[in-house]
Write a protein that binds this ligand. Sequence first.
Ligand code: NAD
Ligand code: TYD
Length: 348
Amino acid sequence: MKKILITGGAGFIGSHVVRRFVTQYPTYEIYNLDALTYAGNLENISDIEHLPNYTFIKGDITDVDFINALFQQHQFEGVVHLAAESHVDRSITDPLSFVKTNVFGTMNLLNAAKTIWKDHLEGKRFYHISTDEVYGSLGATGLFTETTPYDPNSPYSASKASSDHFVRAYGETYGLPYVITNCSNNYGPNHFPEKLIPLFIHNIINHKPLPVYGDGKYTRDWLYVIDHAIAIDLVFHQGKNHETYNIGGFNEWQNIDLVQLLCQKMDEKLGRSAGTSVQLISYVKDRPGHDLRYAIDASKIQNELGWEPSVTFEEGLEQTIDWYLSNEKWLQHVTSGEYQQYYQKQYS
Ligand code: NAD
Ligand code: TYD
């Protein structure tokens, strides 16, 4: 494959995926399409922007004419689709924007790919990046597998579930060659500080309260973002058409335990005395429809493609904290402007 479109490549996970593809495959032409919403930031990929096999295109996946013209012009052979509205809390206050970007935007890309690949499906691939949240919430036991029925509870997860269904439907109805992966919670460098780990790192640095929702007993499985990018590379090249793969870290944490570990590590890194940051923990009103537990059975990708996480959670968390502490300017840029209004509205 030569010409590949990656959508959402200025965002958190997308920037790591773009970097991986651009640096691992110098013979590919990588096009990064991103609308640069509040979550998109070209600083995330400034280190690779000079490379000859990389092109950035600013544009909106929901713009029908623009997307059709783009596909006609470049005749992409592969699409790795990450562009999305991605934050559950924002989906609760503004669900329609999630339908627009995540459902309609995905449909628009599917249509454009279907049109240019019409009679030449060989060697083409539409790779849709999704989330474990489409499966809904687990009780105290059990794991999500690729055959777990979809049961989304938030507007975010419902919009992602819907987009997954459309991708699969295009595969069944039009023969579109696709793969889907459903991944657990990512963490790592360049994560926008609205999600749990980067938000709490930012607040600890600034001695601000750490707003733990409900009783803090909610459980997530955490994966280092670079391990997700490696998995995406593997599935793009070696995954089977019309298949889904679950990706996870084999790494479940209750929120409150994770926050306590984070506080302890931040105190060490910041030279603060032990027990300083845990005092910032503040239990706040719960998120409506809050899913109790997500946990992934990633044995399919492990057994079929030989993937597994390369770093432990402790290593990944250390690297993440170090990155935030040495990228103060990045944090300042992304927490000015719109972020302040968002924070006020969400946490006041
Ligand atoms: P993010 O919010 O950090 O980045 C999303 C990117 O998409 C941003 O650069 C934004 O500018 C761009 N974008 C948004 N709307 C767009 C539009 N209409 N047109 C073009 N670009 C647009 O998200 P993320 O955390 O990097 O997630 C990337 C993908 O991975 C999403 O599809 C998400 O559902 C999925 N995912 C995320 C996680 C996670 O833990 N963050 C886990 C599993 C799956
Ligand atoms: P988040 O990072 O938003 O990811 P997701 O909702 O997609 O899992 O939240 C992770 C967990 O942390 C989730 O159980 C909600 C909780 N949480 C808080 O307790 N406080 C916060 O301020 C945020 C943003 C999340």
